[in-house]
Design a protein around this ligand. Structure first.
Ligand SMILES: *[C@@H]1O[C@H](CO)[C@@H](O)[C@H](O)[C@H]1NC(C)=O
Ligand SMILES: *[C@@H]1O[C@H](CO)[C@@H](O)[C@H](O)[C@H]1NC(C)=O
Length: 437
């Protein structure tokens, strides 16, 4: 037995013992507390086990949930997962409420903005009445503080009409209105399948396509002045990355890393990572290391339409890539890239239950990744899903585990008012996840 592994196992065991102890204490308090004691008495829930690195399906509660879709995007904060747009040409007609205003005239696109409360496990559709775009597939989306940023995207048929609007939604007061930023400067062209990020008061878009041409251009919008400017526009010279869409990005300091992506026909290497340095605005093509922990070296296969999230752990920044397709095969594997030493590691025990592409994922600040929707290839047809998966990508703080345990035993905690929750000693940052101010 490897003594280090043995030691880690021991430490983890200790942590679980402590967590279980704390959970018992919390449950004890909750039992004293009338509103939730009715629930715990009637429910015979299984023991709570914290299972990091294991992909599990999140069982949604409540009455409504988004229909199966692909080409949508999700983003999250620590309270909610937000889901925007998406596509499904093959929903049976019986499932379609004809008067549902959320369908575009070209029905397969979803004119929908949803949020999923992580604590209460309930979906909620936001009735957005202003500025909902017609471009609802392969948008890019990210969080910027309390704002949801939506960019680009295409209507149906794909490539026919592409957007270059930056659309903002204030998550905290649940506006019925999307705001289209009133920008000036050199706007990027209307495209879809871009990757975006917010950094240092600026909004960046990378790559994308209009359905015919693909690029890896970078444009920046200064969110203070709302002026767009091109940062890099490809000229086809050697050393520039190939144009692409449905790629993913990571950022560490002033360096931007591009992970995969493709064109209509191609999928790009994950063993070749174009890195853009914002200091000197130049590209370097990096070669990461394959996984050689087992006796057979394995490398991630090229892919597009995958998902990637970044966590900044005490051991440095890590990127987790899930699923995707190379045009022929669809993948269920999850890979970790250590940005510091560019080492790929295949997550042997962390696997999607089915191969999946055109899905979307997001990660909480404490390292819990959520994956929603996408296409699962079935024998004869493509089948879109509306399954929400979760997986802890690292060991979070004990308090996070306790919070999860508490919600496991008391799924109706959202019915208890905030003051009462504070009074029984639940920390306010957890209470806020149930009752947003
Ligand atoms: C830009 O910076 C990177 C380091 O991040 C360096 O490798 C590269 O050579 C620099 N390029 C130029 C043109 O200075
Ligand atoms: C990433 O690589 C760096 C440098 O080799 C190392 O110090 C760090 O522990 C690694 N992180 C993880 C999570 O393996």
């Amino acid at each position: 037995m490897n003594p280090i592994k043995e030691f880690i196992r021991f430490v983890v065991k200790c942590i679980f013992t402590i967590v279980n102890g704390i959970c018992l204490i919390l449950c004890h308090f909750c039992n004293k507390f009338n509103t939730c004691s009715t629930n715990i008495m009637t429910s015979k829930r299984k023991d709570y086990i914290f299972e990091p690195f294991k992909v599990t399906e999140v069982r949604c509660r409540g009455f409504e949930s988004p229909r199966p879709r692909s080409g949508h995007r999700i983003a999250c904060d620590d309270s909610n997962i937000y889901c925007f747009g998406g596509y499904n040409p093959s929903l049976p007609l019986t499932n379609i409420q004809r008067d549902n205003p959320t369908w575009t005239p070209a029905r397969p696109l979803f004119k929908e903005l949803w949020s999923f409360s992580i604590a209460s496990r309930k979906w909620k559709q936001h009735r957005v009445i202003e500025n909902m775009p017609e471009e609802l597939a392969s948008n890019a989306m990210c969080m910027n503080g309390r704002y949801l940023m939506i960019f680009g995207g295409t209507g149906a048929p794909f490539g026919n009409k592409c957007s270059n609007d930056v659309i903002v939604w204030r998550t905290c007061n649940e506006d019925a209105k999307l705001q289209i930023l009133d920008v000036t400067g050199t706007r990027p062209p209307g495209q879809y399948g871009q990757a975006i990020l917010c950094h240092d008061g600026c909004f960046y878009t990378v790559g994308g396509t209009n359905g015919f041409a693909y690029n890896c251009d970078i444009y920046r919008l200064d969110l203070r002045t709302l002026v767009w400017e091109p940062i890099f526009v490809g000229t086809g010279q050697e050393g520039e990355p190939l144009g692409r869409y449905r790629h993913e990005i990571a950022r560490v300091g002033n360096k931007l890393y591009i992970i995969g992506g493709g064109t209509g026909e191609w999928a790009f290497e994950l063993m070749e990572i174009p890195m853009f340095d914002f200091e000197n605005n130049t590209w370097t093509i990096l070669t990461p290391k394959a996984d050689d922990i087992e006796k057979d070296t394995v490398a991630p296969l090229p892919r597009k339409c995958h998902s990637a999230v970044q966590i900044d752990s005490p051991d440095g920044p890590q990127v987790f890539v899930a699923g995707g397709s190379d045009g022929n095969s669809v993948f269920e594997d999850i890979w970790r890239l250590n940005i510091t030493d560019l080492q790929w590691t295949l997550m042997q025990k962390t696997v999607l239950p089915h191969p999946l592409y055109f899905h979307s994922s997001a990660v909480t600040s404490s390292g819990c990744m959520y994956v929603f929707g996408g296409i699962e290839p079935k024998e004869d047809a493509t089948s879109r899903n509306n399954i929400l998966y979760k997986v802890w990508l690292c060991l979070p703080k004990l308090s996070e585990m306790c919070w999860e345990a508490l919600l496991h035993f008391h799924p109706n905690l959202d019915q208890v008012d905030g003051r009462s929750l504070l009074n029984i000693g639940i920390p306010s940052h957890f209470v806020q996840r149930l009752h947003m101010q």
